[in-house]
Design a binder for this molecule. Structure first.
Ligand code: 13P
Length: 342
């Protein structure tokens, strides 16, 4: 393992004013997104949609540090035959790859999940590196509900995350470690804080046991937010203050960067929260975005599967990338949203 090189990539992923585009929806998940805009879920449509984003020079060159790809996409070629990975590189962004193979029920823990995909991961990582991937992602899912999460789910998922991270570093790939505490449910922000804190502490303990070099990884956590069905809402400032406090309690300063998932927050909420955290300032790590839905919902809608809408889709993508890039610097203002390119 060349840690200097891993550290260089990790720092580039969280470079000031830039963040990560999570475009790694599985074929099943992108179907749900395409269903919502009336687009058939074919290989060509998935390619055309992602090619549209990757060719958006203004967004990609100025605001996107890296792109998380799904297995299908990393091998795909654009319409003109250029590998999609090459287009991402030409835009100055780093290609990355989702390597977990989804979730399975966790035995003895009703309703809870374990992320799978460790078997043969070492071989797959070698192939992904050869194909251009310089970072990877593995997502653990922790749900909050009556009597859950169990310690079994927290510990088993943290262990798998750490095993994955160690395998990545051995293959000279920066692991994005993503322990996602879901925002489904009716819990309040303090319950989310408590569960996320537990999960993060357990994750860093397991990373230590697996001898993962913190300088060569990026953390992708959820923010401390109330559940979607919670009766108790939280202000932007409360989310920002509690999330920063939670991260400071749990994330060692040796970690180069934290790149949040959006997790079902609205586009503007995801941007406002990130901005408010960066306005607090004085943080030991870079704090940016690794959004899927909060970057893509607007361009998906604008594109709607029609070739004549590509320019509109690209404008919408540029706008969201720019807003989040400003938020990563703590320089976003709510009125900038209105200047949205139509
Ligand atoms: P969302 O921003 O839509 O939560 O997706 C990010 C991601 O990569 C989840 O694994």
């Amino acid at each position: 393992m060349n840690l200097d090189e891993l550290n260089k990539v990790a720092r580039a992923m969280v470079a000031p004013g830039k963040g990560i585009l999570a475009a790694d929806e599985s074929t099943g998940t992108i179907k749900k997104r395409f269903d919502a805009i009336g687009v058939e879920n074919t290989e060509d449509n998935r390619r055309d949609y992602r090619e549209m984003m990757f060719r958006t020079a203004e967004a990609m060159k100025n605001h996107i540090s890296g792109v998380i790809l799904y297995d299908e996409t990393i091998w795909q070629k654009a319409k003109d035959g250029t590998p999609l990975v090459k287009i991402i590189e030409q835009m100055g962004a780093i290609p990355g790859i989702k390597v977990d193979e989804g979730t399975k029920p966790l035995p003895n823990c009703p309703g809870e999940l374990i992320t799978v995909g460790l078997d043969k991961l070492a071989d797959r990582l070698t192939k992904y590196y050869e194909q251009g991937a310089r970072f990877a992602k593995w997502r653990a899912v922790i749900d909050i509900g009556a009597g859950i999460p169990s310690y079994t789910a927290i510990r088993t998922n943290a262990h798998a995350l750490a095993r994955y991270a160690a395998l990545c570093q051995a293959a000279q790939i920066v692991p994005i470690v993503e322990p996602e505490v879901l925002m489904d449910g009716d819990h309040d922000i303090d319950r989310c804080y408590e569960v996320t804190e537990f999960m993060l502490k357990e994750t860093f303990q397991e990373l230590y046991y697996q001898r993962v070099a913190l300088e060569g990884m990026v953390l992708k956590p959820n923010m401390a937010v109330p559940g979607k069905k919670s009766a108790k809402k939280a202000s932007v400032q409360e989310v920002a203050e509690k999330t920063v406090k939670m991260l400071k309690e749990c994330v060692p300063g040796a970690v180069p960067g934290v790149a949040f998932l959006s997790g079902g927050q609205s586009d503007e909420e995801a941007t406002a929260h990130l901005d408010a955290m960066n306005k607090i300032g004085n943080l030991p790590w870079g704090l940016t975005f690794s959004y899927g839905r909060a970057l893509q919902a607007a361009p998906q809608k604008a594109w709607s599967g029609k070739a004549e809408n590509v320019a509109a889709g690209q404008r919408a993508f540029t706008h969201r990338a720019k807003m989040n890039g400003l938020a990563a610097l703590g320089q976003w203002k709510a009125d900038l949203e209105k200047a949205k390119a139509a």
